[in-house]
Design a protein around this ligand. Structure first.
Ligand SMILES: Nc1ncnc2c1ncn2[C@@H]1O[C@H](COP(=O)(O)OP(=O)(O)OP(=O)(O)O)[C@@H](O)[C@H]1O
Ligand SMILES: [Zn+2]
Length: 695
């Protein structure tokens, strides 16, 4: 390989490559391509990490994997396959999460550069922080359909991954999911929670039983005493005729019931719904749900539902594009409960199943339960295929885009290794050529760090609106610090009184967990000192109290970076080629887009995060036709057609996240539906939306 290098690269680059040590994070679509490029370019020392195993649906684009590898570690198999291209390379593979504590700052310091090939924001944020801390350059990349993006992150030189707020994830309040669903997605989220309650990792916030603490139900005082149920493990199983509540643990109760399908069905779809009906306030202005009994569903099957079945000879679970009849849903439910419970009972103590859209019974269970619940609430039912795309947050993954993106990643790596960091401008892959006939559009400047970034600024601080009278310390830790601010193991001190509110050490602050923030004196104006030792990250959280209403989030990040700024203050924007620009706050705010707000006691629709960035052309008067949204994980975009774009708005999270989901057929769906690719372009007077359907 050294010989090949000699013929291709200048000697300085040959030397940089031969002396380098590289970390690749993620061995999925982009990671496989990057690894192949590195190996074929003569990189001698590579480490690769991925927490996942190979799924059948990966094979269409993750070309280092073949059918015989299904179920094996992605990192290990990627290593073995890549070694076949060049056995002289040293490749170390880790089947692990990069967020595990083994991979601390010293681990990152070993590398000359880190290449991210991830699919979720939590891991990206974490690697961003570790690379900033270790002062190692990071090349961040992502694709969504035909769009792709590569950017360099280097402490002090460029913006970091968290300098600009990302598009917020779509979330739903717990009471909508548990009490008053009105859209199919609410039922799908509920069904995923049900799976976890029965077989998966049980999360308290994912309770599926009626939410007796719902403020709307309790407006007249009704349900006050029931509200006591909101904390702790036990779930309510109402004896609806008497109104008495029997408290048991759902998982244990299901086990004690021998996972009898009829018993489970009647609890989730009859008893719980009857109980919801007893919360009469909820139905004053809403259509009330109709409780459904197992026996009645089977009667329906005989009396008319049969005609809904398109092809009775075919197993419903293989009919991906058909909306199953109610009876079919019930049968699938029974079948899946049997399969899942058998698998679950074989697990060791403390082990659980993990919901996966590509796992047949897990997916069928969610499709069936979501549709039964939708029927009860008179919400439109969906085909298994549609449920899968919504539940699994299916995003388009196109092998060619991954390959081009990975190629750019390695080209940037060459520059970075030669110390030419200032040449590593972000590059965006476009769906269509811009007026300059470019499909790969480089940024004009490196984007300087945001001086108010909540991660890479010198004194990070964030304002958070919190209902301190309703939020518990535990939720503050889990929802705000971990899920929203991406800490791994936070410590929190209230400095005025010197109280340790949350400790990362076991056994120190457990007694605080159930307390409300206000009970601990954390009220409006308090500044909490939060830090994560592992990430070497310190953050001031400035608490702004507000009284939340029903269906309203218990907290919201009121300001991220830019919004903390004083009006009129100037922010150096970009410094490159001797050019210096500055902008006012107003401009900066616009560039940063809406603040990320996240709801507490809410449910995220998506598990894999995404980042939407609005990319402008080099032309000053670019309009939407010249813009493209490059989403690192997601596809859809809509923007005003004629808005001229200010040159300074280089990156901007889109607010129209997740409006259209483009589906890509998994290889296991092959027998269904058309096989041709089709692309539609819909243009209305106001919005331009690219929709790409790959059937
Ligand atoms: N914390 C993490 N540590 C290590 N690897 C991670 C972590 N989070 C995600 N990954 C890996 O990053 C890779 C991203 O690749 P990709 O976007 O192609 O996803 P995929 O899971 O292979 O495909 P799909 O989501 O489309 O089914 C995955 O292999 C995933 O396992
Ligand atoms: Zn930053």
């Amino acid at each position: 390989m050294a010989a090949a290098l000699r013929g291709v690269f200048p000697s300085t680059l040959q030397e940089s490559v031969q002396n380098s040590k590289i970390l690749v994070v993620g061995a999925g679509g982009i990671g496989c391509e990057i690894l192949k490029n590195l190996v074929l370019s003569g990189f001698p020392d590579i480490e690769i990490i991925d927490l996942d195993t190979i799924d059948l649906s990966n094979l269409n684009r993750q070309f280092l994997f073949h059918r015989e590898h299904v179920g094996k570690s992605k990192a290990q198999v990627a290593r073995e396959s890549a070694l076949q291209f060049n056995p002289d390379v040293r490749i170390q593979a880790y089947h692990d999460s990069i967020m595990a504590t083994e991979y601390g700052v010293n681990f990152f310091k070993k590398f000359d550069i880190v290449l991210n090939a991830l699919d979720n924001r939590a891991a990206r944020n974490h690697v961003n922080r570790m690379c900033l801390h270790a002062e190692v350059p990071l090349i961040e990349s992502g694709t969504a359909g035909y769009n792709g993006q590569v950017e360099l992150i280097k402490k002090g030189l460029t913006q970091c991954y968290e300098c600009t707020p990302k598009a917020k994830q779509k979330t739903f309040p717990g009471c909508t999911i548990r009490n008053t669903p009105s859209e199919p997605i609410h039922c799908i989220v509920w069904a995923k929670h049900l799976f976890n309650q029965l077989f998966g990792e049980s999360v308290e916030d994912e309770d599926i039983s009626p939410d007796m603490a719902d403020p709307e139900a309790n407006e007249t005082g009704e349900g006050e005493e029931k509200a006591n149920d909101k904390k702790g493990q036990p779930k309510s199983i109402p004896e609806t005729e008497t109104g008495n509540v029997v408290r048991v643990n759902t998982r244990q109760w299901a086990k004690d019931s021998n996972y009898d399908a009829a018993t489970l069905f009647n609890k989730f779809f009859y008893d719980d719904i009857k109980y919801l009906l007893s919360m009469s306030n909820l139905w004053k202005e809403r259509k009330a749900p109709t409780p459904l009994k197992w026996d009645n569903v089977l009667v329906n099957q005989d009396n008319g539902e049969k005609e809904v079945t398109a092809d009775a000879s075919k197993e419903p679970t293989r009919q991906y594009h058909k909306v199953w009849s109610l009876a079919e849903c019930a049968n699938v439910f029974a079948d899946c409960v049997k399969k899942l419970s058998t698998g679950f009972l074989k697990l060791g103590e403390g082990e659980t199943l993990v919901w996966d859209k590509d796992d047949q019974p897990a997916m069928d269970f969610v499709a069936a339960c979501a549709n039964i619940r939708a029927y009860i609430f008179e919400i439109g039912r969906k085909s298994r295929f549609e449920v899968k795309s919504m539940a699994g947050n299916i995003i388009p993954a196109i092998a060619t885009t991954n390959a081009i993106t990975a190629g750019v990643v390695v080209l940037q790596t060459f520059k970075a290794l030669q110390g030419e960091l200032e040449k590593c401008k972000s590059v965006y892959m476009r769906l269509r050529q811009n007026p300059r006939q470019q499909l790969l559009v480089p940024e004009k400047f490196l984007t300087a760090p945001n001086p108010n970034c909540i991660v890479c600024s010198s004194e990070p601080a964030v304002h958070i609106r919190i209902d301190t009278k309703r939020m518990r310390i535990k939720d503050f830790r889990d929802e705000v610090l971990i899920k929203t601010l991406n800490m791994v193991n936070p410590d929190v001190v209230e400095p005025n009184k010197g109280i340790v509110v949350i400790s990362s050490e076991e056994g120190e602050t457990e007694s605080n967990e159930e307390k409300l923030m206000s009970e601990m004196g954390i009220v409006d104006g308090v500044i909490l000192k939060c830090d994560d030792f592992f990430q070497n990250y310190e953050l001031d959280v400035i608490v702004i109290h507000f009284d939340s209403e029903r269906d309203e989030a218990l907290f919201e990040v009121a300001s991220e970076s830019n919004q903390i700024k004083q009006k009129g203050e100037e922010t150096p924007l970009k410094e490159s080629n001797g050019e210096k620009k500055s902008q006012t706050n107003e401009e900066y705010d616009e560039a940063a887009g809406p603040s990320t707000s996240k709801k507490s006691r809410v449910t995220e629709v998506v598990e894999d995060d995404d980042d939407l960035c609005l990319i402008e052309d080099d032309e000053d008067e670019a309009t939407v036709e010249d813009k493209v949204v490059a989403a690192t994980d997601k596809l859809t975009v809509s923007v005003k057609e004629t808005t001229p774009i200010h040159r300074s708005n280089k990156r901007k999270p889109s607010s129209s996240f997740n409006d259209d989901i483009t589906e890509i057929k998994d290889s296991d769906d092959d027998e269904e539906g058309p096989t041709e690719s089709k692309r539609q372009r819909r243009i209305s007077s106001k919005d331009v939306i690219e929709v790409i359907n790959i059937d």
